[in-house]
Design a protein around this ligand. Structure first.
Ligand code: AMP
Length: 219
């Protein structure tokens, strides 16, 4: 069996992590694993997990390492992860990064992409972000779907995420500094970290990422 291609995508919220992870997963037939999406879906569905984490998500704090590590462990067993995965929003802490090394065993993480964006642009982007509650399609506040409140893809409700409110954004940026910045050193020391400028169009960021994979003989 060929080694699996496991890629970690790091970046502040609003840096384009979700879109780029989705594109990477489609292009290389990898599982797109977004812990934020899994947790939000649980909240939306009102499952026991969802009830447990709702208030944590609403205020932009982090759920416990044990809980997300377990979610990722289960998700990695699904068939679409056979060729590898793109991890979006996980790991968020060194504890999670260490757990991930255990979970992926010999295949390991092959690349860690850091999509860089200054805080002012994060605030601008997140304040304007609207999302379909049903299918997760994102819009800008000026888009027709955001103004009408109806998703163009599935007809679901288009809303502002509770954690895209200014106070929660601030909290999430603080979380990023405290918990995620050390991860950059973690992956850098393993020779796996590559930074990509997030202040360009989505297609330009995608092209930059593909160039990185190509240069590293991964794509
Ligand atoms: P995201 O969509 O990645 O911004 O995640 C939304 C929220 O889900 C975060 O603000 C956290 O409350 C929670 N969350 C997502 N991923 C993780 C993780 N790896 N560790 C802890 N909490 C997480």
């Amino acid at each position: 069996m060929t080694a699996r291609l496991n890629i970690v995508v790091l970046g502040k919220q609003g840096a384009g992590k979700g879109t780029q992870s989705q594109r990477l997963a489609e292009r290389y037939e990898l599982a797109h694993i977004s812990t934020g999406d899994i947790l939000r879906a649980a909240v939306q569905a009102g499952t026991p997990l969802g009830r447990e984490v709702k208030s944590v998500l609403d205020t932009g704090r982090l759920v416990t390492d044990d809980l997300v590590n377990q979610l990722v462990e289960e998700r990695l067993k699904e068939p679409d992860a056979a060729k590898g995965c793109v991890l979006d929003g996980f790991p968020r802490t060194i504890g999670q990064a260490e757990a991930l090394e255990q979970l992926l065993a010999s295949d390991g993480v092959k690349l860690c992409l850091s999509i860089e964006l200054p805080d002012e642009l994060v605030l601008q982007r997140l304040s304007a972000r609207r999302v379909c509650q049903e299918c997760g399609t994102t819009y800008q506040d000026t888009d027709v779907a955001a103004i009408s409140g109806t998703c163009e893809v599935c007809g679901g409700d288009v809303v502002q995420r509770s954690d895209d409110q200014p106070e929660a954004i601030k909290k999430r940026l603080e979380n990023f500094e405290r918990d995620t910045v050390p991860l950059l050193s973690f992956y850098e020391s393993r020779g796996l970290l590559v930074s990509v400028n997030g202040d360009q169009s989505m297609d330009q960021v995608t092209a930059a990422i593909e160039a990185v994979l190509h240069a590293r003989g991964l794509g």
